[in-house]
Ligand binder design. Structure first.
Ligand SMILES: *[C@@H]1O[C@H](CO)[C@@H](O)[C@H](O)[C@H]1NC(C)=O
Length: 365
């Protein structure tokens, strides 16, 4: 209820002027002179970019991966010439990228925050003729003016390939803005109707659906974790299947992911997005399943037992009920493993995209 009290006057301030000429004039005046100053008060913060690169880059000559085509740049926070996103709204951002290995070179591209804080990487250590794309994604928390970019390994043994295809892509968007502002920034997934419209919104209705007005405090749930060591499969007879566990936590909004047990537990029914990337260990196959309870929902597999180290990615949306758990199962036999090291090849992320109306009801009351 506290937040409603903050919001109600804000709503009145924005809406009531439509009925009185002087305020209307003031609004128009403000709208013309300082549109950016009004904007954030009546709409949720937005930040999203997607960029592609249509040429190759060689390690040593290129360091930060830059982009020549910008598909989306909501909020103008991404600069394709420098390849950097600069955070304007603190919050949790989801980033994903895909890069292609150059023939006879190795691939190593890191997602980096500020001065060389490695968040995750895409890797392929096999210097063959072939080209192959690899993907990686994580959800990370950013503060004001944090920068995020992709860094290519500084050695001519590494390169990324692209042409007009293009094969190199980099995207990111703000999933949950930090809700510390007195304005109470709304979640960008569900803006209450009318609030974001420029011009004159509808007058205040005493019967207004307060449940929807409360959408800014809609449930939030997000996690993103990584491993900094490999997990080797062992044949130990028939035991209870254990989840892949994690030691690095980027984000755990709501605390619904337990990195010791490796399990995410749904607290708010709704549609969730999940993505994971696992490294392939030299001389071992990789087989990782995304599970809900005891059911397999998606998997990655590579039975190549060469010395090659590379990765596999998978993602999907799942409808979850309260109490359901989501976890990764790595085949627990000697022939299988998941590779990772400080470069954080192996990552697992998930977040609530749309809560069911039941979640909204419950959270509001
Ligand atoms: C997390 O999982 C571990 C291992 O299963 C368990 O001991 C611990 O109580 C769990 N933590 C929470 C907060 O549930």
């Amino acid at each position: 209820m506290k937040i409603l009290q903050i919001h109600r006057p804000a709503g009145v301030m924005v809406w009531r002027p439509c009925r009185t000429e002087s305020f209307l004039t003031l609004l128009i005046y403000l709208g013309c002179v300082t549109p950016l100053h009004i904007g954030p008060m009546i709409s949720s913060p937005r930040s999203a970019f997607s960029a592609t690169r249509s040429s190759s880059a060689l390690g040593g000559t290129h360091r930060t991966v830059t982009f020549d085509r910008l598909l989306v740049n909501i909020g103008d926070d991404f600069n394709p010439d420098t390849g950097r996103l600069r955070c304007r709204f603190p919050g949790a951002y989801y980033f994903s990228f895909t890069v292609e290995k150059f023939p006879e070179k190795m691939l190593s591209v890191m997602l980096v925050k500020n001065g060389l804080e490695v968040q995750a990487m895409a890797y392929d250590g096999y210097r063959n003729q072939g080209r192959k794309v690899h993907s990686q994604s994580v959800l990370i928390s950013l503060k004001l003016i944090d920068t995020v970019y992709l860094l290519l390994q500084e050695s001519p043994n590494y390169a990324i390939y692209s042409n007009v295809g293009p094969y190199i892509t980099f995207s990111g968007y703000l999933v949950y803005p930090e809700s510390t502002s007195s304005v109470g920034y709304l979640n960008n997934h569900l803006s209450p109707p009318g609030l974001h419209l420029p011009g004159c919104p509808p007058p205040v209705d005493p019967q207004y659906n307060w449940r929807r007005r409360g959408a800014h405090e809609e449930p939030r749930s997000a996690f993103s974790v990584a491993r900094t060591s490999s997990a080797l499969g062992k044949s130990k007879g028939r035991r209870e299947r254990e989840a892949l566990t994690f030691d690095v936590e980027y984000v755990n909004i709501g605390g619904h992911f337990n990195k010791t047990s490796g399990r995410f537990t749904c607290h708010f029914p709704g549609a969730y997005y999940f993505a994971f990337t696992v490294g392939k260990h030299p001389r071992r196959a990789v087989s990782v399943k995304l599970m809900t309870g005891r059911e397999v929902k998606a998997m990655v597999f590579d039975e190549d037992t060469s010395r090659r180290r590379e990765m596999q990615s998978q993602s999907l949306l799942l409808p979850l009920r309260r109490g359901e758990t989501v976890w990764l199962y790595s085949q627990q036999d000697e022939g299988y493993a998941v590779y990772s090291n400080q470069g954080r090849y192996t990552t697992f992320s998930g977040f609530l995209v749309y809560p069911d109306s039941e979640s909204l009801d419950r959270n509001f009351s």
